[in-house]
Design a protein around this ligand. Structure first.
Ligand SMILES: Cc1cc2nc3c(=O)[nH]c(=O)nc-3n(C[C@H](O)[C@H](O)[C@H](O)COP(=O)(O)OP(=O)(O)OC[C@H]3O[C@@H](n4cnc5c(N)ncnc54)[C@H](O)[C@@H]3O)c2cc1C
Length: 438
């Protein structure tokens, strides 16, 4: 195939859908996925195909349809290839994890479909070993087909809590409790809004039925206020709506407070390729929207390349419907986390660098206003291996709540340099494998 190459980054529904749309238009397209297999967050495939986690039939059918379409397409798939950023000359850097080296490409356009970032609001003790994110635990379960051992507590807010709990119960180790911060989980108004997107209602009903059977329905209006090590386990202090506190002794805690788009620190440089974002990476609207958004991203690329995409209002209409459904769903949950005013100074905010709330408060107590750059370079918030993707949003909103003037944007703390994710130093010095004739 000749003509300009387009790289699509991320092998979830948005990336696969974008790649298929581009291939259908005759574009030379390569789909890069950092992991060993395509699937993304929702359709993650197990390491051993005989050991899979129970997922709704509709999810299975959707992934099968995408896989079949991909197999019959001209899309080139590169798994174990991580997008590392765009360097000054405009070259796209990929970490080839098969050969342990960096490779460069010069595509005409780049579709970034790298999925959402999981949000967890800080609580004292959340940095301890044994505390994980709900999404992280779900990824582990989907990869291994096994539930985690021991007593697991799930807490925070959002539909993912119920999904994980039901999947754990189906694998034979239901969580000891599911603590949902929001005080109400049912609203007739929300159910009415979701009738236009009934897949959510069916999925929720399936999970809730499993939880009824396992006796682990979510406890509403209950939140975690602190986690501490105790006798090799975790002692978790939880508070209910009436302000009553109790302690639970568990082996693992899975926390989650919603999903955020992934701005990923990549900007279009002067010499770089045309960039579009698609799926949860751009706007968190779920799997159905990710498929439609992948097509919209591809159509934007086609327009940039001077190809007229066939007029089709379908994807935009799906996006509008899913946006409405998500907005209705979001009214049920409380992603706010614990009030920062009640968090003690020792609370770790940046888990990568171990930076605490006390250190942030002391920076902000200086007479002169502190810039985002100073928060990052001097305070070291967002300086660790995740480059602020997990703490920048919280730090920016805390700073905004503490001072007048222009608050920093999370993107200023994340920055826009490459590599956008850690790359082993050896990848910079490993040469391409020599060909047999050399
Ligand atoms: C942890 C998690 C669990 C979820 N579980 C559910 C669920 O149970 N039910 C449900 O309905 N919805 C779930 N969702 C939401 C749903 O997965 C998403 O709405 C949908 O999958 C979004 O599709 P996407 O293609 O935009 O992103 P994703 O499906 O997240 O796919 C993004 C892909 O990009 C890859 N990637 C990321 N960075 C790079 C990089 N630098 N280089 C190369 N590849 C990269 C990732 O490995 C991933 O495969 C979950 C979301 C998350 C984050």
């Amino acid at each position: 195939m000749s003509g300009p190459e387009v790289l699509v980054i991320g092998g979830g529904p948005a990336g696969v859908s974008a790649a298929l749309e581009l291939a259908r238009a005759g574009i030379d397209v390569t789909l890069c996925e950092q992991g060993p297999r395509l699937g993304g967050a929702i359709h993650r495939q197990p390491d051993d195909p005989t050991q899979s986690v129970h997922v709704p039939q509709s999810h299975k059918r959707r992934w099968q349809a995408l896989s079949d379409a991909l197999a019959g397409s001209t899309v080139k798939v590169l798994c174990r290839h991580m997008f590392a950023g765009i360097e000054a000359t405009g070259a796209v850097l990929l970490e080839d994890r098969i050969h342990g080296r960096l490779v460069t490409r010069r595509p005409a356009a780049l579709v970034l479909a790298m999925g959402a970032i999981e949000r967890v609001a800080p609580v004292p003790g959340w940095q301890l070993p044994g505390v994980v994110t709900v999404g992280g635990l779900q990824v582990m379960m989907k990869s291994t087909g096994r539930a985690p051992d021991g007593d697991v507590l799930i807490a925070g807010s959002g539909p993912l809590l119920v999904a994980l709990a039901a999947q754990m119960a189906s694998l034979g180790n239901a969580p000891v409790a599911v603590l949902e911060r929001s005080p109400r989980l049912v609203s007739l108004r929300v159910v009415a809004s979701l009738l236009r997107a009934p897949a959510y209602l069916r999925e929720a009903a399936g999970y809730l039925l499993t939880l009824v059977r396992s006796g682990t329905l979510p406890q509403r209006g209950v939140c975690v206020t602190a986690i501490a090590p105790k006798d090799g386990r975790l002692s978790v202090t939880v508070r209910d709506r009436a302000g009553r506190e109790r302690r639970l002794l568990v082996d693992r805690v899975a926390l989650h407070d919603g999903l955020l788009p992934n701005s990923n620190g990549t900007t279009t440089g002067q010499h770089g390729p045309f960039i579009v974002r698609a799926g949860d990476c751009r706007e968190v609207l779920g799997g159905t929207a990710a498929l439609a958004d992948g097509r919209l991203g591809a159509q934007a690329v086609l327009a940039h390349l001077g190809q007229t995409a066939p007029a089709n209002k379908g994807p935009a209409a799906i996006m509008a419907r899913e946006r409405q459904a998500q907005a209705a769903l979001n009214t049920l949950f409380d992603y706010s986390g614990r009030d920062p005013a009640q968090l003690p100074d020792e609370t770790v905010i940046c888990r990568c660098e171990g930076r605490t709330l006390g250190q942030l408060r002391s920076m902000l107590s200086a007479d002169d206003p502190v810039s985002a750059r100073e928060i990052k370079l001097n305070g070291r918030f967002g300086m660790g291996s995740c480059q602020g993707r997990f703490c920048a949003e919280w730090v920016a909103s805390f700073v905004a709540s503490q001072r007048n003037g222009t608050p920093p944007q999370p993107s200023e703390i994340v920055g826009s340099r490459w590599p956008v994710k850690p790359v082993p130093i050896s990848a910079f010095v490993t040469l391409p494998p020599s060909s047999p004739s050399e």
